[in-house]
Design a protein around this ligand. Structure first.
Ligand SMILES: [Zn+2]
Length: 836
């Protein structure tokens, strides 16, 4: 899986039936059930054609067991029958998603007939209607405990079995799954038996999709998207198929083991919560990755690395699967590392690592400094729903950085010899970190115990910083997580003429001698290690002059990462950071700074300024200089024009652009830019709701619906805020993308008069949202509706009090705790750098 990289749009047709509350599988329960039974095969028949709210699900499970009691996972709307070895059992025994089983020693056949809910929260079998043409689409997202809302199963990653699916669907639909299949009569689809699969990556994708097919190296390839996106998919198909071919060739070369799951279909599906999911044979992607408006190179890199990431999972995750969620890094860190590596090495996106430095480094570093930090390996996940919260920057970005270090130490030959040994030993089975380390040691690695203890099993980053007066670099392990980690990093030292020289440093103790005189110094700007590196005051002061002259994009990305670390730790005055941003933006020659860094500037730098309005005007001036100076129609110009919209305080100018008057040469006001301007007008209070509705009606696409929701919630009037709050509490039912847009639009600077009463309401209403949503959307809403504009000690205290409440849902508590940490850090910046 990969986290969401783009945010966009969609609608659902109705609120589906809500299954009864269920219990999340505990690790101890999974161990006991694995010890008791082996699953031989699943046979699943789904009828998707009779009803728009529910579907019929008939499952036959063949398995063997010892003698004992256990349970089946089943989360239906209704159960018609359960038969064990031909003997009917009482369907009424189902409780909290579990059906108890008493088993004798031997082989068994369990048959379950149930009615299941179509869902509309991006989990289970998700069904939605495209607002552009009214067509319905269905896709399965079993991850991570949603499979039992599709079919009866023993839902844990280490009970793998082959699946055979039979699907009845409306006659104009196509059906695609984990194994090749065909339509045997109108509306009836038979899929071949699959390879052994874990329940969490079983899927079915069904609907009137626009499907494209190709082939490479004996592997049938497919692409699909909604019919209303057909022209956009056709336009991008060449690039998508080319990336797919290049990735297969490189992964086959590196792994020496062929892709074993038959067809490779890539389905772009609506309202998908994550970026993508690696279902064998049928990967699902969020469909904003099919571009309907102009995008920047960074977005194309995000899509390319999503394709390579999911393909890497076919080996790491799908051929060999973690036994339990505490080893999810074996999936995600590897897919992140290899996905970036393959994209950088064999596709047109050789600058992938630079983009990654902007896009992913701080995601991991911030997560690793929070109170909720956890080790990369052995995250301690006690149950499946808690583990979902560990799909974070630590499991992806930090894990990938550590794998790069292992690769640099072992060299490619020993690294991949160990990886191949791991695949061969555990093919179509499950494995742990110890299994992989054993494979590397057999391949020639020295004893890795000390390394894994320090880097993979200990949370938090070391802090590495220059003590100029003492002439040393200090290394400090994180409080509460003692470790002794050597770092091999480069330092960049500025010369008086503005050029930078690189020095290789071995940091293997608390103090390492280093004399830089009075020159600016950046530690680990090439991101060789995993550490928190904070520039000192001398360096920060010089960066407003030096950064705009920096010609090495890798160095520039690492410098921004250091600046962000400094602000997150109150080690720099936000006024100085604004100076650096204003000086740098006009001369940037990649779009990464504008696209990736500006979002951070809006969230972190602007609100901490003594005069945010004056700061906004300065950023607007810098964006205008960039728009004027960039080549017309370049990606840098597009990124800067977006910044120009986002920082505008001039409704007249925004309205003129909407009329295509005075647009900069090279800017085409497509639907995406149009809605950016409309959302900005709404935030300024310069547009009304009927106008937003007319704009949507003029081009009612899924993405426009999401933007309209953001604009509505951004309006500075009491009715709009009341509506937005009703979306949070569940009074108004919204699908996932629109709910997120409302949360992000609700809290705006300079609207405190309207939003202040909702600060207390957030804390009062948050615990109850567990009754209106679950899983992904539950946790996401807790984050998106957090009162981020209320930067006061009182709000922090209120958050901390709620975190201490033992009854709070675990996933809500995790998100609330992370938001409180951000607030606490911002308050620390204000205290350390007062501007009376
Ligand atoms: Zn992944």
């Amino acid at each position: 899986m990969i986290s969401a990289t783009v945010r966009a749009v969609w609608t659902r047709a109705y609120a589906g039936p809500v299954p009864q509350p269920t219990a999340s599988l505990q690790r101890t329960e999974a161990l006991a059930r694995r010890a008791l039974l082996d699953v031989t095969a699943y046979d699943v028949t789904l009828d998707l054609a009779t009803d728009e709210r529910t579907f019929a699900s008939l499952t036959t499970i063949r398995f063997s067991s010892g003698s004992g009691t256990t349970f089946l996972d089943l989360k239906p709307v209704a159960v018609q029958a359960v038969r064990l070895d031909g003997r009917p059992l009482d369907p009424g025994l189902l409780e909290r998603g579990r059906f108890p089983l008493e088993l004798a020693d031997g082989d068994h056949e369990l048959v379950v007939e149930a009615t299941m809910p179509f869902r509309n929260d991006g989990e289970g079998l998700h069904r939605s209607v495209d607002p552009a043409d009214g067509k319905s689409y269905v896709y399965g997202m079993s991850f991570m405990d949603a499979a039992p809302t599709i079919f009866a199963c023993f839902d844990q990653p280490d009970l793998k079995a082959p699946y055979t699916f039979h699907v009845r669907a409306p006659r104009d639909w196509s059906v695609i799954g984990n194994a090749p299949g065909q339509q045997v009569e109108p509306g009836v689809w038979e899929l071949e038996q699959s390879q052994p699969l874990s329940t969490y990556f079983v899927t079915i994708v069904a609907g009137p999709w626009h499907v494209l097919r190709d082939e490479h190296d004996g592997i049938p390839l497919g692409l699909s998207a909604r019919a209303s996106l057909a022209a956009d998919l056709d336009k991008d198909a060449d690039e998508l198929f080319t990336l797919t071919r290049q990735s297969f060739d490189e992964l086959h070369r590196l792994f020496g083991i062929r892709y074993p799951f038959g067809d490779y279909h890539q389905a772009f599906v609506p309202e998908f919560n994550a970026g993508a999911m690696e279902n064998p044979g049928c990967v699902t992607f969020r469909d904003p990755l099919i571009f309907s408006s102009r995008v920047t190179r960074g977005m194309r890199i995000a899509r390319a690395t999503t394709i390579t990431h999911e393909m890497a999972h076919q080996w790491f995750g799908n051929i060999v699967t973690p036994a339990w969620w505490d080893d999810l890094w074996l999936n995600e860190s590897f897919a992140e590392y290899l996905g970036n590596r393959v994209a950088a090495d064999v596709t047109d996106y050789s600058d992938t690592w630079v983009d990654n430095a902007y896009a992913r480094r701080q995601w991991g570093l911030v997560a690793d400094q929070r109170p909720s930090t956890h080790p990369v390996a052995g995250n301690g996940a006690v149950d499946a729903s808690a583990a979902l919260q560990d799909f974070d920057g630590i499991s992806y970005s930090k894990g990938s950085a550590i794998l790069r270090q292992i690769n640099a130490t072992l060299g490619d030959e020993a690294f991949f010899t160990g990886v191949i040994d791991h695949f061969e030993r555990h093919r179509f089975g499950n494995a742990t970190m110890h299994d992989l380390v054993g494979s590397w040691e057999r391949a020639g690695a020295e004893d890795m115990t000390t390394f894994t203890d320090n880097w993979l099993r200990t949370a938090g980053p070391d802090r590495i910083e220059l003590d100029r007066a003492a002439g040393v670099i200090r290394r400090t392990p994180p409080a509460g997580h003692p470790a002794d980690r050597p770092h091999r990093i480069r330092a960049a030292v500025a010369s008086p003429d503005g050029t930078w020289a690189s020095h290789l440093l071995e940091i293997d103790g608390p103090e390492t001698a280093f004399d830089a005189g009075e020159q600016p110094v950046l530690l680990d700007p090439y991101l060789d290690s995993w550490a928190l590196t904070v520039p000192d005051a001398t360096t920060i002061k010089a960066l407003a002059t030096l950064l705009p002259q920096m010609t090495d994009p890798e160095l520039r990305a690492g410098t921004w990462s250091n600046i962000r670390s400094a602000l997150h730790n109150a080690a720099v005055d936000p006024v100085d950071v604004l100076e650096i941003a204003v000086a740098s933006l006009p001369i940037e020659d990649t779009e990464d700074t504008a696209r990736r860094t500006m979002a951070w500037v809006y969230g972190w730098v602007l609100p901490l300024q003594p005069d945010p309005q004056a700061a906004l005007a300065r950023l607007h001036g810098a964006a205008r200089a960039k728009v004027d100076g960039a080549a017309p129609a370049s990606e840098e110009q597009l990124a800067a024009f977006r910044a120009l919209i986002a920082t505008s305080s001039a409704p007249d100018e925004l309205e003129a652009w909407l009329e295509r008057v005075d647009l900069p040469d090279g800017i085409d006001l497509d639907l995406n830019l149009r809605w950016r301007a409309l959302v900005r007008l709404a935030t300024l209070g310069a547009i009304d709701l009927p106008r937003l509705d007319r704009e949507l009606a003029a081009e009612p696409t899924a993405s426009a619906r999401v933007s309209r929701a953001a604009a509505h919630a951004s309006l500075p009037d009491a009715a709009a805020k009341a509506w937005g709050w009703g979306c949070f509490t569940g009074e108004t039912d919204l699908p996932n993308y629109e709910l997120e847009a409302v949360g992000l639009g609700f809290w705006r600077g300079r609207q405190e008069e309207l939003t202040t009463p909702y600060v207390e309401r957030y804390f009062a209403d948050l615990p109850g949202t567990v009754h209106t949503r679950s899983g992904w959307v539950l946790a996401d809403a807790a984050e998106h509706f957090f009162p981020r504009t209320s930067m006061t000690p009182e709000t922090l205290g209120r958050a901390q009090a709620l975190i201490a409440d033992g009854d709070l849902d675990l996933s809500i508590r995790r998100r609330l705790s992370d938001q409180a940490d951000t607030l606490e850090r911002k308050l620390a910046v204000l205290e350390a750098h007062p501007h009376p």
